[in-house]
Design a protein around this ligand. Structure first.
Ligand code: GLA
Length: 649
């Protein structure tokens, strides 16, 4: 069954409320709750003062109520006594500002004192609850990297030097990798190396890139240290952490093999009519990160959040479609932040499953209805999604592509991804989002949105895949640098140029708001460049400015496959001129064609899930009769109300 529930923070409430919590959870069909994410100060009042009594009672209540616990390791917010005793664990910003306690996530990932205290807490938690009947899963930390993803303190500087020694061996290799001949930056000893703190001007870009790698590894080491303790004491209990798929500092591809199940938090903005596209991308990243295995939607809102400029609530009925979208993308759990809306604290205006108004409310009514609906389709859980199209995403390339001092500060990795994801989504084509070095053999179309940092080995794998019959679609700002952020000489696109049959001689980024016109039709924004044909055919050209008549969109037959290149950020019609023939050549079809705008159809195992993201009703005709999972009726069409959904098989 799809698990249903949310973050449960009973420590925020008097104990008398807990019995009511259990009764309401039963009413809502809650099966899984995340407990203790921010409970460190509640279970440990001093170095040797552990107070687990209240948590014992919470865990017992959950077990008695048949609700499973995703028990957190509580290490995301060190308690005040700890930062008083050891202020050296506090993180330090690039400019030297020490971040005070009082918020959360105020620890330097490299702090050995923080890690020691965290390890002791985790050891005690694991030992105490190892055999507890409520324990279903471990939840390490919380949204690593969300507020603090790096620290520039002296201990981190030392750890960074150790990391560099491991990577480069000797300082001359580091000088070479960091191009330190530039601006008199040559090092004679690793001890001279610092984190890229605020400098007189742009710090060395390769140093910044390595510091992003190091900081990701430092956070991952915190996670792994906790995971090792949990696996030793409770080897049968799954371990996870809640990612934010599109959080730049955390390389989900590198982390997810160290989880037993992937989990993500997602907060679509009800004020943004296209937020379901970002949610879909988020979910496709997390599903793909563990090879298509079902995953957990660890947190999402029942209505408004508290952290946007204006916190618009979800509209009546919208909760169902935003929650079921995760299921349609492969989730085996629909969990909210949080069970009971807080009375005090920074998130008191953040919605919960039980709002301030109490259970006699629109939100709790919608929560209950969805709980019942999910319970009625037990067969959905565990089913998989199989896609024939993938997008490539490499966190290291993302880090490198957005360093300061570059051709255009307007380009961004999320924008490049979305510019390719949205047209596929709108065509009803399901996609996986994988690392460039993942096994691509199951895909017929591979889309490469701005893979700025390109390794020669990756390019050669993409060449083999295309030669064997793949349809490769590549967008601008690809193949610019190697893994040390050094330019591929001889024309941009570097080692991928032979596959695409073009090289790029010169970048011509466009000012904000400007566009270029294309021939035979269409426009491009953000970017243009001087493309030299080296075997490819121009299917679109720039039609104005200094690049008039030069290639903007190209196609190149390569072995049994085809490689397409886009030298600007294209409008929808120009994107169609590439995607439609590529999809057709690969015979990739949507789950269901001809859908009204805003309606999504997704296949998951034997199920077809229909989601109306729009506030207008929609009529869907099915190519052949299907069974409606809600009532067992055989139907040949479905009427979806505003934000309506249907699960068919
Ligand atoms: C994140 C955190 C939660 C909570 C929510 C609010 O996802 O993990 O603790 O702060 O945001 O949206």
């Amino acid at each position: 069954m799809i698990a249903f529930g949310g973050d449960y923070n009973p420590e925020q409430w008097p104990e008398e409320i807990w019995a009511e919590d259990m009764a309401l959870m039963k009413e809502a069909g809650v099966t899984l709750v995340t407990v203790g994410v921010f409970s460190w100060a509640q279970v440990q009042a001093g170095p040797d003062d552990f107070r687990f009594g209240w948590l014992d009672r919470v865990m017992d209540l959950l077990a008695d109520s048949g609700v499973a616990a995703d028990l957190a390791t509580m290490t995301a917010s060190p308690p005040p006594w700890l930062t008083r005793l050891h202020p050296e664990i506090l993180p330090v910003r690039q400019d030297g500002t020490v971040l005070s306690p009082g918020g959360r996530q105020h620890f330097s990932p490299s702090s050995h004192v923080y890690r020691r205290y965290a390890a002791e807490l985790v050891e005690r938690l694991a030992t105490r609850y190892a055999d507890h009947p409520a324990l279903a899963m471990w939840h390490i930390g919380n949204e690593f990297g969300c507020h603090v993803s790096a620290s520039y303190d002296d201990e981190s500087a030392g750890a960074f030097r150790g990391w560099l020694r491991d990577r480069y061996g000797d300082v001359e290799a580091l000088n070479d990798a960091w191009s330190t001949a530039f601006w008199s930056q040559r090092y004679t000893d690793f001890e001279e190396v610092l984190p890229p703190r605020v400098a007189a001007t742009y710090p060395n870009p390769a140093q910044q890139l390595d510091f992003a790698r190091f900081s990701n590894d430092a956070m991952l080491a915190c996670y792994q240290a906790e995971a090792a303790i949990l696996r030793r004491i409770t080897p049968a209990v799954r371990v996870t952490t809640n990612f934010l798929s599109l959080l730049k500092p955390v390389d989900v591809h590198k982390w997810s093999p160290h989880t037993d199940i992937a989990a993500v938090d997602c907060y679509p903005d009800p004020a943004d009519p296209r937020s379901y596209l970002w949610a879909g991308l988020t979910y496709d990243i997390i599903r793909s990160a563990r090879g298509g295995q079902p995953w957990l939607l660890m947190e999402h809102p029942t209505s408004a959040v508290n952290w946007r400029q204006v916190n618009v609530p979800q509209r009546p009925g919208q909760l169902r479609v935003t929650s079921l979208q995760a299921v349609a993308h492969g989730a085996d759990a629909v969990l909210y932040f949080q069970w009971r809306q807080s009375r005090g604290g920074a998130e008191k205006f953040h919605s919960g499953m039980v709002p301030h108004a109490g259970p006699d409310s629109r939100i709790f009514t919608e929560v209950k209805a969805l709980g019942a609906e999910l319970a009625a389709v037990p067969g959905l859980a565990g089913t998989r999604i199989s896609n024939e199209v993938s997008l490539l995403l490499d966190w290291e390339s993302w880090w490198a592509s957005e360093l300061d001092s570059r051709p255009s500060a307007l380009t961004s990795q999320p924008d490049a991804l979305m510019s390719c994801y949205a047209p596929l989504f709108e065509r009803g084509i399901g996609v996986d989002v994988v690392h460039p070095d993942a096994d691509l053999s199951r895909y017929k179309v591979v889309v490469v949105p701005s893979l700025y940092l390109l390794r020669a080995a990756t390019a050669s794998r993409l060449a083999d895949w295309t030669r064997a019959g793949g349809q490769l679609v590549v967008t601008f700002l690809t193949g610019i640098v190697d893994e040390c952020d050094r330019i591929h000489l001889g024309g941009y696109l570097g080692p991928l140029a032979p596959v695409l049959g073009v090289t790029v001689e010169e970048h011509v980024p466009l000012p904000e708001g400007a566009h270029v016109t294309l021939a035979p039709s269409g426009t491009g924004t953000m970017w243009s460049e001087r493309v030299i044909l080296r075997g490819a055919t121009a299917i679109g050209t720039f039609s104005g400015g200094d690049l008039a008549g030069e290639p903007a969109v190209t196609r190149h037959a390569f072995g049994s496959g085809t490689a397409w290149y886009l030298a600007t950020r294209p409008d929808a019609a120009t994107m169609a001129a590439v995607l439609d023939p590529a999809l057709a050549a690969a015979d990739v079809r949507p789950a269901l064609g001809g859908l009204p705008h805003g309606v999504q159809a997704a296949r998951r195992g034997p199920y077809l899930i229909l989601l109306n993201h729009a506030a207008q009703a929609a009529e869907i005709r099915l190519p052949s009769p299907m069974v409606n999972a809600a009532d067992g009726a055989t139907v040949s069409g479905v009427a979806l109300g505003p934000f309506g959904t249907a699960i068919l098989r």
